[in-house]
Design a protein around this ligand. Sequence first.
Ligand code: ADP
Ligand code: MG
Length: 398
Amino acid sequence: MNKKTIRDLRDEELRGRRALVRVDFNVPLENGQVGDDTRIRAALPTIRALLDRGARVVLLSHLGRPKGAPEAKYSLFPVATKLAELLEGPKVTFVSTTVGEQARATTEQLAPGGVALLENTRFLPGEEKNDDALARELATLGDLYVNDAFGAAHRAHASTEGVARHLRPAVAGLLMEKELAYLGRALAEPQRPFVAILGGAKISGKLDVISALLPKVDRMLIGGAMANTFFRAMGLETGKSLVEEDRVDMARELLATAGEKLLLPVDAVVAATLSGDAPTQAVAREAVPADQAMFDVGPRTVETFAQVVREARTVLWNGPMGVFETPPFDAGTLGVARALVEATEQGATTIVGGGDSAAAIAQAGLEDRVTHVSTGGGASLEFLEGKALPGVAALDDA
Ligand code: ADP
Ligand code: MG
């Protein structure tokens, strides 16, 4: 990575200083408690490294989508409780405001080894507008800036981008560094064969990724509802499956340019409805009944895809192969996840990006058996599209 990280900072730059750290604590809350603490745990190495080196840590994050004003259900307070539990030792002070006198005073009074978590940045109207006055205010809360929020790095907001214009040094945290290293290496110098697996609901959201990755990969496997739009472009009956009519021409063009590289499912699991009691069957892609919908890739497809994945040296996976939230339509996604594990065991680098794909592999209990599961859905997609991430671009060059 060509950006400075906390490891490039000298001890004098950290000891006793307030490190203003933008983290991604955008976690699911259930009954006022943290549901899944993956993102909090992912930020611990950076927080601990800063504390170990004598810094005082001031944390900023967004949570959910409040509309620029406080909303109790999006308070970070439950996150502070969870963070204290996970840190096992350092005191975590929750501040019920994000900027202003009380917030600044708290950061200034923070003891070495102490941690403060400020309230949701999206309670402020200037956050998503990347308002410069807010960026300046945020900059007064620290003596240096660390961005560890990979999952929010594709947004140019006051706490991810603007603040870095007013607070130096501005460096990457360890999670940010790790995410960029894995994704960056896979794109820049992949060990071959390099295989991408793309799935999910909509081809429209992923056309840019497909176009950006096609020239780089050796094989591209397409599953999920995305495949249906390709089937339509091939003139196949798609029944009641989800198809994006306005992307059919685009899919046809991609089929023509991609040639052998692009591998589509050869069969599908269909049902009349998603409800658990509707009978399901696996059919060839040429035999989809007009009154049924494809909700998963079929067993022959899983076998073919798994074979390609097992022979790969680098695998990038984004998007589930079917409606994995509703068994039995999780079989295709699970099959691909298991193939990734096998490839990993044989020394391949395997990377999973995308919120739902990450959830699927965690649901299968396999997240520790692949090389890297990205914490950033949208951010990893934009990175793979070859776009610059504003939250990264704003940091100091190495
Ligand atoms: P990610 O978050 O990993 O990038 P997406 O958000 O693009 O993935 O897509 C995930 C969604 O796609 C899931 O909710 C899943 O149910 C849906 N999906 C996958 N295959 C199908 C299908 N055949 N029909 C309808 N929805 C599908
Ligand atoms: Mg998603």
